[in-house]
Design a protein around this ligand. Structure first.
Ligand SMILES: [Zn+2]
Length: 136
């Protein structure tokens, strides 16, 4: 009998549902403001630059650079007990460098600050794909 605890899954809401749907289809999309053209992350109703309401979902570059990373050795969430140690990275997107996206790291070696990376979508239960990063 397995006592494995399932890992948490995304809970799409009104603002983030299109993001998760695009990922499940293998596309990396963000909101682009209809007033100032800034990309928005995380998805939200208002632009954080100009407070505009209008936006569209657009495909964006799937590359960026490592800003920071950390390795987790402690089991903070029981669902990840079998995965420690694991690495989490913060990536500044090439599409807009002031967007820093947090994600998993999908290779065994340590990431390097400033390293160029690309997104890799990892299959998850219920049809979700989760964004991880790997060397470009
Ligand atoms: Zn705007």
């Amino acid at each position: 009998m397995s006592d494995a605890i399932p890992k948490p899954l995304p809970h799409p809401d009104r603002d983030s549902e299109p993001y998760w749907k695009a990922l499940s289809q293998g596309r990396f999309q963000l909101q682009r403001c209809g007033s100032c053209n800034a990309l928005r992350w995380p998805p939200r109703a208002l632009c954080n630059r100009c407070v505009g309401f209008e936006f569209e979902w657009v495909d964006v570059a799937t590359t960026g650079r490592i800003v920071s990373w950390t390795r987790t050795h402690q089991v903070f969430a029981p669902a990840y007990r079998g995965e420690v140690p694991y690495t989490t990275v913060a990536v500044a997107l090439d599409a807009q460098e002031d967007i820093s996206m947090i994600g998993g790291w999908s290779t065994d070696r340590d990431p390097r600050a400033g390293e160029t990376v690309r997104i890799r979508l990892v299959d998850a239960p219920e049809g979700f794909k989760l964004p991880c990063w790997e060397p470009a």
